[in-house]
Ligand binder design. Structure first.
Ligand SMILES: Nc1ncnc2c1ncn2[C@@H]1O[C@H](COP(=O)(O)OP(=O)(O)OP(=O)(O)O)[C@@H](O)[C@H]1O
Ligand SMILES: [Mg+2]
Length: 414
């Protein structure tokens, strides 16, 4: 899969950009604050409908355009894509509208997604473009909160599994409704008769999510373990990825024992194809905690509380791993993600690497660059292109990024 052309309008510091991108590896270099990261962010956003940096999508709109007195400001990312299913055009529009009172009016923000110039649901944009993104802050996947690990699973799975994505969206809606009812019940209002209706929906949708996450993590774990053991540590270290699903809750003074979660994770990975068993377990667990959930006014178990962890030689990486070990594990995980995406779709994803090559030692850098060179398309950023080996530089197309403009250093042959 390759992007042949990218257009940006009012996206971050790009007022207007028309960029032909060749297949193979492209190196975007330039001083700080010129737009290197912003370009990768644009492509990632088109693939996932999420920014890796900002939770407020309106911040993606160019601020000069946003501050102009126009009633409507549109940020736009458009990519021409060639994949095994043919040639497609994907577009995402970020639309900011001002109310009637001009500058002081209420602002409203919405998004529109288009495939081949036809408006589609946002969800249907996903899966057309598949990317794997490497960022220096990826190590937070190990050290950060469970929500960042759930986000990682969701974004990665949504790129290749439309059913997962749809089910997740339905699940979140059901969860919101169920929690609203639980809050009412906690306050003494609301009707308890309605609760089983929401619970049943939650069980059906939640079980699907558990099963798909279990399958995903099993595959990712297998690939990551292989890469880590064979290529990164010469058979010295065994990495394990444990799924910690919130499928059950055993009360231990309010705290759930980690080993309980691990056992549930193993059970789930064994039963990932048995939807009936998963649903029965989830349903039973929800019944077990129903009284406390009503008291607390919230749903305490379910995939919205899931987590996963990495261990090295049996020890938890977030607590015991050195910084370098954590980085290596994330590298193994990301390379596993590439392999897994290719296995699932029959096509290599586009690789986006933001300033990550400099972080690694020679061995890890060589492995990463080997993956880059085998990919059908990769975009790398660097402030200093001098850090890449000369034979690598000979094979890449290098471009300079300056103040929201990008120029190839040599004539690009497309
Ligand atoms: N909404 C926006 N509108 C206009 N400019 C923005 C917007 N958001 C961020 N910027 C600016 O875009 C510029 C380029 O940011 P970017 O992160 O792409 O730089 P970079 O080339 O990756 O630099 P570095 O080498 O420091 O990582 C920054 O000066 C940033 O402040
Ligand atoms: Mg940057």
């Amino acid at each position: 899969m390759v992007i042949t052309h990218l257009s940006l309008t009012n996206f971050r510091n790009y007022g207007r950009l028309e960029l032909a991108i060749p297949a193979g590896t492209t190196l975007l270099h330039g001083d700080n604050a010129q737009g290197k990261t912003n370009l990768l962010e644009a492509i990632y956003y088109l693939a996932t409908s999420r920014s890796p940096y900002s939770d407020h999508d309106s911040q993606l709109i160019n601020w000069e355009a946003e501050q102009a007195d126009e009633p409507v400001v549109v940020g736009r990312i458009t990519a021409q894509l060639t994949s095994q299913t043919g040639s497609h055009q994907l577009e995402m529009r970020l639309i900011q509208e001002r109310g009637r009172n001009g500058r002081n009016g209420q602002k409203s923000f919405r998004r529109e997604a288009l495939v081949n110039r036809q408006k589609v649901r946002l969800m249907d944009l996903l899966g057309n473009l598949r990317v794997v993104l490497f960022l220096p802050e990826d190590v937070q996947l190990i050290t950060g909160p469970p929500s960042s690990r759930r986000r990682y699973m969701d974004i990665t799975l949504c790129q290749i599994d439309p059913i997962y994505c749809r089910t997740l969206s339905h699940y979140n809606k059901t969860l919101e409704q169920r929690n609203a009812l639980l809050r009412q019940l906690a306050e003494g209002s609301g009707s308890r008769d309605v609760l089983p209706i929401f619970t049943e929906k939650l069980v059906t949708q939640g079980s699907q999510i558990f099963a798909r996450r279990a399958e995903f993590l099993t595959n990712l774990a297998r690939q990551a373990q292989h890469i880590h053991y064979e290529a990164l540590t010469d058979g010295q270290e065994t990495i394990r990825l444990n799924y910690l699903p919130r499928l059950t809750e055993r009360e231990n003074g309010g705290q759930q024992d980690k080993s309980d979660l691990e056992t549930t994770g193993e059970w789930l990975q064994k039963h990932q194809g048995d939807m009936k068993a998963i649903a029965a377990q989830f349903s039973q667990s929800l019944t077990d905690v129903q009284l406390t959930d009503i008291q607390r006014g919230t749903t305490s178990i379910g995939p919205h509380r899931d987590d996963w962890e990495l261990t090295i030689n049996g020890r938890k990486l977030s607590s015991y791993g050195s910084r370098g070990q954590q980085r290596s594990a994330v590298l193994a995980l990301k390379l596993a993600e590439i392999n897994w995406m290719e296995k699932r779709t029959g096509e290599k994803p586009i690789l986006l690497l933001d300033e990550v090559v400099a972080e690694f030692d020679e061995k890890r850098r060589a492995l990463l660059l080997a993956y880059v060179q085998q990919s059908t398309q990769a975009l790398l950023t660097a402030t200093d292109p001098g850090m890449f080996p000369p034979d690598f530089m000979q094979q890449v197309t290098s471009m300079t990024v300056t103040k929201g403009q990008i120029h190839p250093d040599r004539l690009v042959e497309l």
